[in-house]
Design a protein around this ligand. Structure first.
Ligand code: GLN
Length: 360
């Protein structure tokens, strides 16, 4: 069945519908990873977004129950050049089409994704809708342009509603859940940590009473500036405990320290973004998924050091407090999918917690 991707600026891409046929508005963003589509669909940081995969065939190794980053995909739509109807892999349990139907997500295939990405790079990220009919095109465009087209924040939908504990004999961690990727939990678990996953708006006082060894600030969807409640809590927490933040966690930590964030023209989403560790001059290939960035000009140099930078556009990729055991990165050291060479950052967090413990 014919379908269209209609963008907020009126641009139309024609293709064929697949998956569910429920038409939803999303912010259209592209990811350049060659593999790992299942982990990407289930990364809650994509909540509210219609995802364009630039790799030309998606779905060739199917979908399984194991390789997920959350309980369910929160993407609003999927745009591909071609989806694979006959996947082949020992782990495969269903096609991506079955998966999209099951999760009520509409897809469109047959799109010239190179042209679409060039358009988004030139004109910036914008809203769009995958639709079967353009009869009401002007109305749809007006809706896409409207303030109410997309919820302001998806955090409450993806954060845990209640605290829960993953037992362990190692350091105790409070994880502030803004839409955490499961691989972050898996890695912390592999160190034997006891992890308490907390709703995004848990107060600093509640967390301090838990007497944990460290605090982890997770990834998550949306604009960090819309999470002032967390910013306020982090401001207090950073004076008291070791903290490690990833992506949204990094942005919130920056806001808590008085810096500002801004929206990037078309974001960084992919598995081969080069990042330089300015402390060692080493370059790492990193997995990234973010639409916002910390404004370097606004960072208080008395308090924070910029530790990492993106080599494509020079944006801030890592921060470390000068005196407190507090640091963060914009990219994904848990990288599912993506290169695993930044896992050492979890060792640093564990070391910080252990040395703080010894110092007490
Ligand atoms: N992966 C993330 O945590 C993304 C953070 C934030 N929502 C952004 O797009 O910049």
């Amino acid at each position: 069945m014919k379908a269209y991707l209609l963008l907020e600026d009126g641009t139309i891409f024609e293709g064929s519908a697949f998956g569910s046929h429920e038409e939803k508005i999303g912010e259209v963003v592209f990811n350049t990873s060659m593999t790992g589509y299942q982990e990407i669909f289930t990364d809650y940081s994509y909540a509210g977004q219609t995802l364009v995969m630039t790799y030309p065939m998606i779905g060739n190794y199917g979908i399984n129950k194991e390789d997920v980053e959350s309980a369910k995909p929160m993407i609003r739509g999927l745009v591909v050049r071609e989806f694979c109807k006959g996947p082949s892999n020992w782990k495969s349990e269903m096609t991506i089409e079955d998966y999209l139907i099951k999760n009520n997500i509409m897809g469109i295939e047959g799109i010239d994704t190179r042209m679409l990405v060039k358009h988004l790079r030139d004109h910036g990220t914008m809203k769009g809708i995958i639709t079967k009919s353009l009869d009401d095109k002007m109305e749809l465009i007006a809706k896409l342009k409207g303030e109410a087209a997309l919820a302001k924040s998806f955090t409450a939908q993806v954060s845990t509603p209640k605290p829960y504990v993953i037992p362990g004999k190692g350091p105790k961690i409070a994880l502030m859940d803004f839409g955490v990727k499961l691989n972050i939990i898996r890695i912390l678990q592999s160190y034997g940590c006891e992890i308490t996953i907390l709703p995004y708006d848990t107060s600093a006082d509640t967390i301090l009473k838990m007497n944990v060894d460290g605090i982890f600030l997770s990834n998550g969807p949306g604009d960090p500036q819309s999470l002032q409640v967390a910013v306020k809590n982090i401001k207090k927490l950073m004076q008291c405990k070791p903290i490690f933040g990833i992506c949204m966690g990094h942005q919130l930590l920056a806001l808590a320290s008085g810096a500002q964030t801004y929206k990037l023209k078309y974001g960084h989403r992919g598995a081969n973004h080069p990042v330089k560790d300015l402390m060692t001059n080493k370059v790492y290939m990193t997995s990234q998924n973010h639409g916002y960035s910390v404004d370097e000009e606004t960072i208080d140099e008395q308090q924070f050091t910029v530790t990492h930078k993106n080599l494509n556009d020079g944006t801030v990729e890592g921060l470390r407090h000068k005196y407190l055991p507090v640091f963060s990165v914009q990219y994904h050291p848990e990288a599912a999918p993506g290169p695993q060479e930044s896992r050492y950052l979890f060792d640093q967090f564990l070391n910080l917690m252990c040395s703080e413990r010894e110092a007490v």
